[in-house]
Design a protein around this ligand. Structure first.
Ligand code: SAH
Length: 509
């Protein structure tokens, strides 16, 4: 059989996770092996599928990154084993990323590879600072240049004089350690000392830091503010003449780390809104739901599908994964036969209705035993055939009550709820390291799972202790039961209400 191994050199963009391309994201989601370095924001790493091998090859404080040859050998080795490898690189893989060398090595090894571009740091920086890199009146060209040509060569061999008189906007990558010398040489070569300069660290991320000055003063300002690499240096009149007000740094939650605790699927809405307000959202997915269907059981269920009197759904996930399985077997909804549907509550019923199917029964209270009670009250469960669609947890009380009434119950488990492994989760790691300004709880079940995983969320000394926020009284009570501190409860028990008190409280600090 032909070896299907392939390497994708993927640009991760400048930082913010939603600046990666759609193609880049889908490759991260499907790859077998992900090889990444330091500049990549940890959120991207959580997109990988379970079982994806993640290999870190970047620098970490004080340590050198893996030698380039070793990285190339790693890519080649995995691709030769038939794996789909994503080599994720900050920004664009072909801008100062040694992507060219990796592509060449793959070419030489006779392995297939593809390149996925990314937003390079200078473009990300300009966009998030709100100044253009070109402007009809003052700059008609852009230069991207490294201030540190090769980490192995301490002296740069760039001839700065060449760039001094071009009138181009200069974007200097990796220039922070040489900033003083670079500005001196540019001035020496005839560039005006009052040419405006911006230095921006962690551009596009909520931890973005910026510093302005001129060629003559910038090194001094940067040293005073203690701004460290990685940062982008941008030199030229565009920096001063057209500083569109910094739309990003002026957002109400800019620079604040806010923890969101829900399952991945549900966290989206709150996380998106907080990110929109400039917050550095840290999603801690405490539980994970995944489709898990036993093929044998599935075969039995679907071969006898027409014989059920009731199909009972105990959760939205159950509905979703049931119909996923159904569609793998049948093209036509009529294959369901004449069957009645019961759902534990209105959101589960709505999920069924999405398939243009009516739900015959929803109990008044939304628990398993109320559902059983309601079914029993319909009468005639003796010898009725009931299919209960469920996850790996719960549902047993419901089933027992039905069986007590002589119903013939088949269980169809379609998904599993599992605690996520926070000991290795990158976002949990960052939380332990740095802490957060706020943590939000939107249900008592997240409060409980948070408490259960507390050992993986111990803050290191010096980390910021978060203020805690609850969406409403039930959640607050769950926190009180566990003796967890509460800073504020939302005035209205909605996401809007939660966000409102959070902004109010964090603005104080
Ligand atoms: N391939 C990358 C560049 C790698 S070189 C790209 O296309 O962007 C690494 C340098 O990029 C850093 O030293 C810094 O100068 C710059 N850089 C990368 N990400 C940055 C960010 N978020 N903010 C500011 N500078 C950044």
């Amino acid at each position: 059989m032909q070896n299907k191994g392939i390497v994708y050199l993927v640009g991760a963009g400048p930082g913010a996770s939603d600046l990666v391309t759609v193609r880049g994201r889908s490759l991260i989601e499907m790859c077998d092996v992900l090889v990444y370095d330091y500049l990549v924001y940890d959120e991207l790493l959580t997109w990988t599928r379970p079982g994806c091998e993640m290999i870190y090859v970047g620098k970490r404080s004080g340590f050198h990154s893996k030698p380039q040859k070793e990285i190339e050998a790693l890519l080649i080795g995995h691709a030769r084993e038939g794996k789909t490898v994503v080599r994720l690189k900050g920004g664009d893989p072909f801008i100062f990323g040694r992507g060219g060398e990796e592509a060449e090595a793959l070419q030489k090894a006779g392995l297939p590879f593809e390149i996925v571009p990314g937003v390079t740091a200078s473009l990300g920086t300009a966009a998030f600072m709100g100044f253009p890199l070109t402007h009809r009146e003052v700059s008609s060209s852009v230069v991207m240049v490294t201030g540190h040509e090769d980490p192995a060569k301490p002296e740069t061999v760039i001839d700065w004089g060449k760039y001094a008189g071009t009138g181009a906007t200069l974007c200097i990558y990796m220039g922070m350690t040489n900033l003083k010398r670079i500005s001196r040489e540019l001035i020496g070569a005839g560039m005006a000392g009052d040419t405006p300069v911006a230095v921006v660290r962690w551009a596009t991320l909520p931890r973005q830091e910026s510093c302005f000055g001129t060629l003559a003063t910038i090194a001094h300002h940067v040293a005073q503010r203690g701004i460290k690499p990685p940062a982008m240096i941008i030199i030229g009149p565009v920096v001063k003449d057209f500083p569109v007000y910094s739309w990003y740094e002026n957002k109400p939650l800019f620079g604040k780390r806010v923890v969101v605790t829900r399952t991945r699927r549900q966290a989206g809405d709150l996380a998106r809104r907080l990110t929109g307000l400039g917050a550095d959202v840290m999603e801690l997915p405490l539980i994970r739901v995944r489709r898990a269907v036993d093929e044998e059981v599935k075969g039995e269920v679907f071969s006898g599908l027409g014989s059920y009197d009731w199909i009972v759904f105990t959760s939205q996930n159950g509905v979703r994964y049931f119909f996923d399985s159904f569609r793998e077997e049948y093209q036509d909804l009529r294959s369901l036969g004449i069957v009645r549907f019961a759902a534990v509550g209105p959101s589960t019923a709505r999920e069924v209705e999405k398939f243009h199917l009516a739900v015959d029964l929803v109990p008044e209270k939304h628990t398993g035993s109320d559902l059983a009670k309601a079914l029993i009250e319909t009468g005639g469960l003796d010898n009725a055939k009931i299919l209960v669609v469920k996850g790996n947890l719960g549902g047993e009380a419901l089933i027992k009550r039905l069986e007590d009434q002589w119903a013939m119950v088949d269980r169809f488990e379609v998904y599993k709820t599992e605690p996520t492994d926070l000991s290795r989760h990158p976002v949990a790691g960052r939380f332990r390291e740095m802490g957060a300004h706020a943590i939000t709880f939107t249900s008592s079940s997240t409060v409980n799972s948070f408490a259960r995983q507390a050992e993986f969320l111990q803050l290191k000394p010096g980390a910021v202790t978060p203020k805690s926020f609850s969406i409403g009284p039930v959640t607050s009570q769950a926190m009180a039961d566990l003796k967890m501190p509460l800073t504020r409860e939302a005035g209205k028990s909605t996401l809007d209400g939660l966000i409102e008190v959070l902004v109010e409280e964090l603005r104080k600090s």
